[in-house]
Design a protein around this ligand. Structure first.
Ligand SMILES: *Cc1c(COP(=O)(O)O)cnc(C)c1O
Length: 396
């Protein structure tokens, strides 16, 4: 792809998991007002829904798309409350903040759940899911986070989906930070529903999320939700009937997202987008390792979305100063979320390519020099904390 220009003069790149750096054309798509009832906007909604279903691969005709106003968490809550019946029970797989948030949401919703909590980053494995399901016949649904953005790990979705399907249970996926860049096709993975949002790998701006779910599951969801505005069955039924969103849609965000979807297609769809992000990761990780930084995870578990690095042991290192030194060079990085050791994260998603990532590494080198950090090697305690994991059984 051509060299991506800086988003706007003086605007920093967002090396974050969203909102992220969008293209100029995506921003420009917001320079007009749309009537939410008008046929032109209804056509935009229909195109958006069809394009998203198409990203699930060739045999996705059993699925439909329901967009929902709000941030990603709203649409996770909509999925959980609409698809898990009042007498259902979830097995929530957690290895970071988003898995825990799903469990917290179920608590608010008054749905029964069991939490399989692997701590800061260890992946839930297929065999553990199989064992948990064998132990508790009340469990109806498994809830999994595809890329756990807290650490950047790409969870082993394929083995988890297989364990869930062979136990006859249903799978709900939070693929917020991976959808559109990591393949998730209905022909490969058995699941009932997946959620993502406008401001992640499709590279739109924040304002809504979407659910891709089996039509059968949407039909059966009638009456499950505690919430008027988050009721997916109702949103879907009205959209099917009228082509409209039930309450004011984020019209500009939808226009920007449609432009982002067209650009996603031009780049080669999920494969093309995923390849650019993987290259971003590879260039950035290799450069950071050459400076002495170490990643939390072995290569087999690194997602092309965001990477966690340990903070250097050198006493001259301080995250806030590093953050500001990176920002003054045009790059916004992200704090880490590990509870035991100090870390930070660098995102690979958004309108950036490997030439930008090379500049990120140069900026990190200069920032360390400015702070007087001689070597970015992490403390030995961090390296002891890091467990080496066997590779996932199948890439998912
Ligand atoms: C971004 C994200 C969410 C949603 O977060 P919001 O701040 O509500 O948009 C949920 N799950 C994962 C894995 C995410 O990366």
């Amino acid at each position: 792809m051509p060299d991506l220009p800086a988003p706007f003069l003086g605007e920093p790149y967002l090396l974050t998991p969203g909102p992220l750096t969008t293209s100029r054309s995506v921003k420009e798509a917001m320079l007009r007002d749309w009537g939410s009832w008008d046929g032109d906007f209804r056509a935009m909604t229909a195109e958006l829904r069809a394009r998203l279903v198409a990203l699930l691969g060739e045999d996705a005709e059993a699925f439909d798309c329901v967009p929902v106003q709000g941030s990603g968490t709203f649409v996770v809550e909509a999925m959980l409350s609409s698809f898990i019946p009042l007498d259902g029970k979830a097995l929530v797989l957690a290895n970071g903040a988003y898995g825990k948030r799903a469990a917290e949401t179920l608590g608010y919703l008054g749905r029964a759940y069991t939490l399989l909590d692997k701590g800061d980053y260890l992946p839930p494995r297929g065999a553990e899911v199989a064992a948990a399901l064998a132990q508790d016949s009340a469990i109806t649904h498994v809830v999994v986070v595809h890329c756990e953005t807290s650490s950047g790990i790409l969870n082993p979705l394929k083995e988890i989906a297989e364990a869930t399907a062979s136990a006859g249970r249903r799978l709900l996926i939070d693929s917020m930070s991976a959808f559109g860049a990591v393949s998730l096709e209905t022909g490969d993975i058995a699941f009932d529903a997946v959620v993502s949002s406008a401001n992640k790998c499709i590279e739109g701006v924040p304002g809504f999320g979407f659910v891709l779910a089996r039509k059968q599951v949407l039909e059966e969801a009638k009456g499950n939700s505690h919430s008027l505005s988050l009721d997916l069955h109702a949103q879907w039924a009205v959209m099917e009937k009228t082509g409209q969103w039930r309450f004011t849609p984020p019209t500009h965000v939808v226009a920007a997202f449609l432009q982002a979807l067209r650009e996603h297609e031009v780049e080669g769809g999920v494969a093309g987008r995923g390849a650019r992000y993987a290259q971003n990761r590879d260039v950035m990780v290799a450069g950071m390792r050459a400076l002495g930084f170490e990643t939390l995870l072995d290569d087999a578990w690194l997602s092309p979305i965001i990477v966690t690095f340990f903070c250097p042991a050198d006493p001259a290192f301080d995250f806030d100063s590093f953050y500001n030194a990176m920002k003054s060079r045009g790059f916004i990085i992200y704090p880490g979320k590990l509870t035991v050791v100090d870390s930070f994260r660098v995102g690979c998603i958004g309108q950036m390519d490997k030439s930008v990532m090379t500049r990120v590494v140069e900026a990190a080198r200069d920032a360390l020099a400015e702070m007087g950090v001689k070597d970015a090697t992490p403390p030995s305690s961090a390296l002891e904390e890091r467990k080496h994991l066997s590779a996932p059984e199948a890439a998912a």
